[in-house]
Design a protein around this ligand. Structure first.
Ligand code: PMP
Length: 343
């Protein structure tokens, strides 16, 4: 670190409780009970959600980005004067941009143009340089946000490319933090884990840890219509992807940060499902998650209902990000009407 290198606090203040910078505040999110939706669905089991939107930049991706960047600092791959480069659907970018601001690095981020204005502007708010790239091109197209980030990293001296889609430490971050937290918080009583797949890091790492503790833990992932994971999981064949609106989950290719061997089933959800459930979750439970949170809660409710989970069973659903990131979309009636999701 450089000018952001911490100087010790005066002796009198050393025993006070504080974080040296915002990046230290990630993780240790609570578990919160759903009280209304399970009752409406006739579900007897307990459903707890883990609102990862309580992380410092409002998403689960703070854990992974901070883990990878700290490791890069330790290995000397990221050092004073360095530039962090990443391809992001917005949440990893916010985490990277926060880390860069707090530790004195430059950040250059690429993001597809379908992502919300709130997410794109948040990156700039932290001082990052942002390249908005077309969504509707193949991942290997030089204009795609993946390829653009790779090119920028190649062309920028003293840069560190995070690479959340191929760096398997993405899984490790959740294996070391999210998994043990849930195990500890539930006193090992978790029966079912539900999450979403973007890179796959969250579900893969968390599930791997939980299944090592108890192989009977069932793991269910929500996948949006248009993404390839559901079809691949069911048939072994990779279908053609088609565009969809929900942000951060689903993809058009398989990446090494997704470990399908720890996933027991995939539940397909539509854009409409995700958005309407995100609104319901906010109004009925007071839990304001984004569209992927809506899809994940719907997958959790469907699973608990179809499996007729007994009263003493415990399901935990990971909510990836905050609804505040989608005020102009999911929580904007005009946008919802325009897209045909509400009357
Ligand atoms: N939901 C949202 C809103 C996200 O941004 C992401 C990350 N792309 C996910 C879910 C999925 O997380 P992961 O990449 O760990 O699979």
């Amino acid at each position: 670190m450089n000018s952001h290198n911490p100087t010790p606090l005066p002796a009198r203040l050393r025993d006070i409780a504080y974080a040296e910078d915002m990046t230290e505040t990630a993780g240790n999110t609570p578990l919160v009970r759903l009280r209304v939706l399970p009752r409406e669905w006739g579900i007897k089991a307990t459903i707890l959600v883990k609102p990862e939107f309580l992380n410092p930049t409002g998403s689960v991706k703070d854990r992974m980005a901070i883990y990878l960047l700290r490791q890069a600092e330790r290995k000397g791959e990221l050092s004073p004067g360095g530039t962090i480069v990443e391809a992001t659907s917005g949440n990893t970018g916010a985490a990277v941009a926060m880390f860069a601001a707090a530790h004195g690095y430059r950040a250059i981020l690429t993001i597809p143009d379908k992502m919300s204005a709130e997410k794109i502007n948040a990156l700039r708010a932290f001082g990052a340089q942002v390249h908005v790239c077309p969504t509707a091109v193949a991942p290997e197209d030089p204009r795609s946000y993946y390829e653009t980030a790779k090119r920028i990293a190649r062309e920028t001296p003293h840069s560190y490319f995070v690479g959340q889609y191929f760096n398997t430490d993405n899984i490790e971050a959740h294996y070391r933090t999210t998994g043990p937290e849930i195990w500890r918080q539930t006193k090992g009583k978790i029966d079912v884990l539900v999450g979403g797949i973007g890179t796959g890091g969250t579900v893969s790492g968390t599930a791997r840890y939980l299944k090592e503790q108890n192989p009977k833990v069932a793991v269910i992932a929500a996948d949006p219509e248009g993404s390839v994971f559901y079809h691949y999981f069911k048939t072994g064949a990779l279908p053609e992807a088609h565009p969809y609106l929900v942000e951060g989950i689903g993809d058009d290719f398989l990446c090494p940060t997704l470990d399908l061997t720890v996933i027991d089933d995939i539940c397909q959800v539509s854009d409409r499902d995700c958005f309407l459930m995100a609104r319901d979750l906010t109004r009925k439970e007071g839990i304001c998650g984004g569209g992927s949170s809506g899809g994940i809660v719907l997958a959790a409710l469907r699973y608990a209902q179809e499996a007729d989970l007994a009263e003493d069973k415990l399901l935990v659903a990971i909510l990836p990000d905050h609804g505040n990131k989608y005020i102009s979309k999911i929580f904007n009636d005009e946008w919802m009407r325009e897209k045909g999701f509400i009357e």
